[in-house]
Design a protein. Structure first.
Length: 784
């Protein structure tokens, strides 16, 4: 497997750590000695390992007194034991533990038993869209590149630094130690640097049991040995992070999480850049977090807007994962990542490990983090994005988020948090199924979508407090979010038509059921048209007209991509129904031509959107959810090139195709799931071409000439009126739709199954009329 791809296979049975699987190293021996204070408090003391003062006394700033117990037996001078407290550290005594058996198999966490090599996650953003935040660390930005080779730092300093992997070569290690102004014990962004000050360490240890006392001792040894540039910092650099409670885990498990970098976050100013990218490109259409409150606590502004709050380390790691795609490639190289994929895989693995080890955190934080992880790509047919979406929705339900408008016991602030979270769940529950062709989690039976929906007014408090957008742009994005929420409501019935929860295939319906379904499709089209008429008033297309902010253009086009994707999905479903009911439907030809025009209109608009984003250099900021739409456009335009009748026409279509190839190349450099899609597209195009190997597997009765093949009737339909004359030439994809509908449906269904199942479909995945044995007489569609 490519190491740059996340090994993200999650068992459908759950991903939590099994409680009855205990490491044999989890049972620790009683300490040989303890100070008087720890004896009185009946807590574990580490004075035997690290001398005085012990960790607990250092945290509480109390006097650490050690008195020996009276010996039970008098020992002779010759046999007197060494009472030195210079005991080797725990790290040298206990080998790092491996993850739980079910975790390593499901998460793909790659633990090297003899190495704690870590990769830094720092990253700068030089994107023109990003409006630099004026902060106290602004003066260091120009020096950041000069420090990218430092692999250890003082965690108390606000100096922007990065960490690179520790070299395995001894000569390289010596060279690194010589060049580095810090000692090798000083690690950047470990849990020691995250916790920071003595007060922060005290707060963490106060809420943890004895198993975390040893971790605190390890932390104190690291931080205590470091030289501080700022001798009396009032706050940790990461004061906004809330550490999950892992008190039920063994020390070995915690060290495993540390070895995986789960407690690492970027140092300043890279952290500033990551956060900016999150609020620039993720937050506008998924506003789970109150941006005003976040900047307030992030900037350590106690007199600012709102009440300070902290973010769970799990949620924050998920935030880093969701926004790392937008960090420039040269910055990722500087900080240790090979490319965007490597960054996504590493950050996903860290966030998932925190979830797998079942750290205790509030329900809303878990739901928020899982919702962000639903942007993870599918691998090996595990449907992990749908899994994370289900986790997010379940935890949101456990937090009573759907009852945000009914619960009278919560404050308005809490109501707003729950409302945001629940509607973000709804948005993801529409966008994800639309792309991966799967059923919904939240239907009309579960929630009244017309009761107090999310609107721009719900984001009023953060309009003037954004550090990345001016108030006018922020207001436009809030209004666009309201438009997207309205689209989500329209998509509820549509997705239930396309991908029913009961899983019953459309081909199993009787004539009455098909008629009813066609009525629902027409109603869905009408609802989408009404939505578009309302949306285009406030957000006209092309979105790039005038002096519109780049982010508004980007997110507006993303919303319209979702809209046209839904329209095309309805049209394809309608074609399938028309084919199944063509014998009894006299209006079949007219309906087919109408559907073709609707598809052509959608393809034209999507092509215009794609070209606009490419011209404005905004393609690299597209979310992974647009990959299905981009893939279909690519296939249709590749088919057009293959079906060209003249050289000039072929040349013109190749130039048009180049736009979609460039878009797919950009998306493929970011999202690893596009590898599978690209492979599927290649196989699909080859399937309809004159490939000798494929021809041998089709049927022995292929038509003898090119013209004869294209005069054959459609597979599904026996209605001769639906097919044009045999003299007509198939010149583009729309001709395939009219004259080779079974071939067109095979193309569409191939992509649908690829996205739904995560792999190229087998013959048995298609209904009988679309299998190769039925299509063989009509292949190949084009010459080489």
């Amino acid at each position: 497997m490519d190491p740059e791809q996340p090994r993200a296979s999650i068992s459908s049975m759950g991903v939590g750590v099994t409680r009855d699987i205990e490491s044999p190293l989890s049972t620790r021996k009683r300490a040989s000695k303890a100070c008087l204070a720890c004896r009185a408090r009946k807590i574990r003391c580490d004075v035997a390992s690290y001398s005085t003062p012990c960790t607990n006394c250092r945290i509480s700033r109390g006097e650490c007194i050690v008195r020996g117990r009276p010996a039970k037996y008098r020992t002779s001078k010759g046999n007197k034991q060494n009472t030195s407290t210079d005991i080797p550290p725990v790290r040298s005594q206990v080998p790092p533990s491996s993850p739980p058996r079910n975790l390593s198999a499901s998460a793909g966490l790659e633990l090297q038993r003899n190495s704690y090599t870590l990769i830094s996650d720092d990253g700068l953003d030089h994107n023109a869209l990003c409006q630099r935040r004026q902060s106290s660390i602004g003066g260091h930005i120009g020096q950041y590149a000069n420090w990218r080779h430092l692999d250890q730092v003082n965690p108390q300093s606000l100096t922007p630094v990065t960490e690179r992997p520790i070299e395995n070569n001894p000569a390289e290690r010596d060279k690194t130690s010589h060049e580095n102004p810090w000692t090798e014990r000083q690690r950047t962004n470990t849990i020691a640097s995250l916790i920071g000050s003595d007060d922060d360490i005290s707060q963490v240890n106060a809420s943890h049991t004895n198993s975390h006392a040893d971790l605190g001792a390890d932390v104190s040894r690291i931080s205590g040995s470091q030289t501080r540039l700022n001798s009396n910092p009032s706050h940790s650099e990461y004061h906004f992070i809330e550490f999950d409670d892992f008190s039920e885990l063994s020390v070995e498990d915690i060290r495993f999480l540390k070895a995986q970098g789960c407690f690492q976050i970027p140092a300043m100013p890279a952290l500033d850049r990551f956060v900016q990218q999150y609020f620039l490109h993720v937050h506008p259409l998924l506003p789970m977090i109150d941006e005003a409150n976040f900047w307030n606590v992030f900037n350590n502004n106690s007199d600012g807007h709102g009440q300070p709050f902290k973010i769970s380390i799990f949620t924050f790691q998920a935030m880093l994962f969701s926004c790392c795609s937008f960090v420039p490639l040269d910055t990722l190289h500087d900080v240790g990542f090979r490319n965007v994929r490597h960054a996504r895989a590493t950050l996903y693995r860290r966030a998932k490990a925190l979830f797998d080890f079942d750290g205790k955190r509030d329900l809303i934080s878990t739901s928020q983090g899982a919702l962000l992880l639903s942007q993870a790509p599918d691998n090996h047919n595990r449907r992990i994005n749908t899994f994370w979406l289900g986790v997010a929705i379940q935890f949101a339900k456990d937090a009573n988020a759907p009852q945000y408008d009914l619960d009278q016991a919560i404050t308005e602030k809490q109501r707003n948090v729950k409302k945001r979270l629940w509607w973000c769940c709804i948005l993801r529950d529409r966008i994800l199924p639309l792309g991966v062709r799967r059923p919904l989690f939240i239907t009309n039976a579960h929630f009244d979508f017309g009761n107090s929906p999310l609107t721009a007014n719900d984001l009023d408090e953060e309009i003037s407090y954004s550090n990345v957008y001016d108030s006018e742009t922020k207001r436009s994005l809030a209004e666009l979010l309201e438009v997207l929420c309205n689209l989500a409501v329209c998509l509820t019935d549509i997705i239930m038509i396309l991908y029913p929860i009961n899983g019953n295939p459309t081909t199993s319906l009787n004539e009455l059921g098909l008629t009813r379904l066609r009525v629902h499709i027409e109603r869905g089209k009408a609802d989408l048209s009404q939505w578009f008429d309302n949306a285009s008033v406030h957000f006209p297309t092309p979105a790039g007209l005038g002096d519109t902010h780049g982010s508004v253009i980007l997110h507006t086009n993303v919303v319209y991509i979702y809209y046209y994707s839904a329209r095309m999905a309805l049209c394809h479903h309608e074609i399938l129904l028309l084919e199944m009911d063509s014998k009894s439907d006299t209006s079949y030809p007219r309906q087919l031509h109408k559907t073709k025009r609707e598809l052509q209109e959608a393809v034209t608009f999507l092509a215009d959107i794609t070209k606009e984003l490419l011209q404005l250099k905004l393609v690299r900021y597209l979310p992974v959810s647009v990959v299905p739409a981009a893939s279909l456009l690519l296939v249709l335009h590749m088919l057009d090139v293959k079906l060209s009748s003249t050289k000039s026409q072929r040349s013109m279509r190749q130039r048009r195709l180049q736009v979609f190839l460039e878009v797919m190349n950009v998306l493929q450099s970011i999202y690893d799931s596009t590898d599978r899609v690209s492979d599927a597209i290649e196989q699909l195009i080859a399937y309809f071409g004159p490939d000798d190997l494929l021809e041998n597997t089709r049927a022995p009765t292929l038509a003898g000439s090119w013209e004869t093949q294209y005069s054959s009737p459609a597979t599904f339909s026996s209605n001769s009126a639906s097919a044009e004359t045999s003299s007509s030439t198939i010149n583009d994809w729309s001709d395939v739709l009219l004259r080779r509908r079974s071939c067109y449906l095979r193309i569409v269904m191939t992509l649908d199954i690829t996205f739904s199942k995560g792999e190229f479909p087998k013959e048995t995945d298609f209904p009988d009329p679309l299998q190769t044995s039925q299509l063989a007489a009509y292949l190949p569609l084009y010459r080489a």
